[in-house]
Design a protein around this ligand. Structure first.
Ligand code: CUA
Length: 334
C-alpha cells in the first residue's frame, strides 16, 4: 500500500520512513473518518431539527446523556493511548542508536553544514553515507539553534549550541536526498541546504579509501575526480592529541588509565559509568566530556578536587569534537 506522503513523491529512504508513514496514515485516516462523521452528523441534525420546519416550539433544555458521554470519552481515551503507545515505540527506536553505528560529526553554522569524518575528511553541505549501515550523526552548532531535517528519511533533530545532539538512521536506497535546516536561524536560513548522498556500502568504502590514499600521496596524484570541497586536515583524534598538549591538558591528565593526584587519567573511560564527589553516577559520553571541558567543576570525579580551569571561549566546536574523538580513541584493546 502506498503511503500518503509518497503521493507527494517523498521517497522512503531510511528504515524509519515506513513505520513513521504507517503511523502518520493511521492518524490521518482516523482524523478523516472523524471529520466526515462529524460533518455528516451536523448536517443531519441541522436538517432534522430545523426549527421552522417540524419543530415550531422552543428548543427544550437538554441535560445531557451520561452513558453516551462516558462511552465517547472511553473510546477517545483508548484511541489517544493507542496513538501515544505506537508513537512511543517508534520514538524509542529513533532515539536508541545501535552501538556499531558509523559516527560522523555534523556542525551547523550560519548558514552551512560542515561534515567531519573520523579520518579527517571534511565536506560542506554534503553528507555521504553508506547504504544499509547504521549511521550516527553527532551534531553541534557554532552559533544558534539549527535543525537537521531529511524528509526522505522522515527524521529531524535540533542542532543546539553548547551541547551535542545526535541522530541515527540507516539509509535503505542509494541516491541523493535533500536535507534542510528546519529551525529559523537568521537571514539565510532558507538557503541552509545540504544533500545526503547514499552510496552502496562498497562504493562508500572505496570513496573513503581513495581520499585517504590521495591524502597519503599528496600532490603526486591530482585526479580530476577529487572535488575541491574535500578539505584536507588531520583526523579529529590526532588533532585532539595536538590540542591536548598545546592547551596543557597533559599537565593534569594522562592518556592512559594512570591516575595523577590532580586529574583522572583519560584512557579507556569513554562509555564508562563513574561516581562523582556528591555520590551520583554519570556515564561518560560526548556531552559529559564537553561539559567537563567547559564547566569542569560541575561534575567532579570522586576523589578529586575541583581545580580545573574552564576552557570556555578558548576552544572552537571543532576543537571540542577533536578532544572528544581523542578520548574515544583511547579505548584499551580487550
Ligand atoms: Cu540553520 Cu535555519
Amino acid at each position: 500500500m502506498i503511503g500518503l506522503l509518497q503521493v507527494f513523491e517523498l521517497q522512503q529512504a531510511s528504515t524509519m520512513a515506513k513505520p513513521i508513514d504507517v503511523l502518520y496514515d493511521f492518524v490521518f485516516f482516523i482524523s478523516l473518518v472523524s471529520f466526515v462523521g462529524i460533518v455528516l452528523a451536523m448536517l443531519y441534525f441541522v436538517i432534522r431539527y430545523h426549527r421552522r420546519r417540524k419543530h415550531p416550539e422552543q428548543t427544550p433544555y437538554i441535560e445531557g446523556h451520561t452513558p453516551t458521554e462516558l462511552t465517547m470519552s472511553a473510546i477517545l481515551f483508548v484511541l489517544v493511548m493507542v496513538i501515544f503507545a505506537w508513537g512511543w515505540i517508534d520514538y524509542k527506536k529513533i532515539r536508541t542508536s545501535p552501538a556499531d553505528a558509523l559516527e560522523i560529526n555534523l556542525i551547523g553554522k550560519q548558514w552551512l553544514w560542515e561534515v567531519e569524518y573520523a579520518n579527517g575528511r571534511k565536506l560542506l553541505n554534503e553528507l555521504v553515507v553508506p547504504e544499509g549501515k547504521p549511521v550516527k550523526l553527532i551534531m553541534s552548532s557554532a552559533d544558534v539553534i539549527h535543525s537537521f531535517y531529511v524528509p526522505s528519511f522522515r527524521l529531524k533533530q535540533d542542532v543546539v549550541p553548547g551541547t551535542y545532539t545526535s541522530l541515527w538512521f540507516q539509509a535503505t536506497q542509494a541516491g541523493e536526498y535533500p536535507a534542510y535546516c528546519a529551525e529559523y536561524c537568521g537571514t539565510a536560513h532558507s538557503k541552509m541546504l545540504a544533500k545526503v548522498r547514499v552510496l552502496g556500502a562498497q562504493d562508500y568504502e572505496r570513496w573513503q579509501l581513495r581520499w585517504e590514499l590521495e591524502q597519503q600521496l599528496g600532490s603526486m596524484i591530482s585526479t580530476a575526480s577529487a572535488t575541491s570541497k574535500d578539505g584536507a586536515a588531520l583526523p579529529p583524534a590526532e588533532k585532539g592529541k595536538e590540542l591536548f598538549s598545546a592547551k596543557g591538558c597533559n599537565a593534569c591528565h594522562s592518556l592512559t588509565s594512570d591516575k595523577s593526584p590532580v586529574g583522572p587519567g583519560l584512557g579507556n573511560i569513554f562509555g564508562k559509568t563513574i561516581e562523582l564527589t556528591d555520590g551520583t553516577k554519570v556515564t561518560i559520553d560526548e556531552n559529559y566530556i564537553r561539559e567537563s571541558i567547559m564547566d569542569p567543576n560541575i561534575k567532579v570525579v570522586k576523589g578529586y578536587q575541583p581545580l580545573m580551569p574552564t576552557y570556555k571561549g578558548q576552544l572552537t566546536d571543532e576543537d571540542v569534537n577533536a578532544l572528544v574523538a581523542l578520548i574515544k580513541s583511547l579505548k584499551e584493546n580487550p
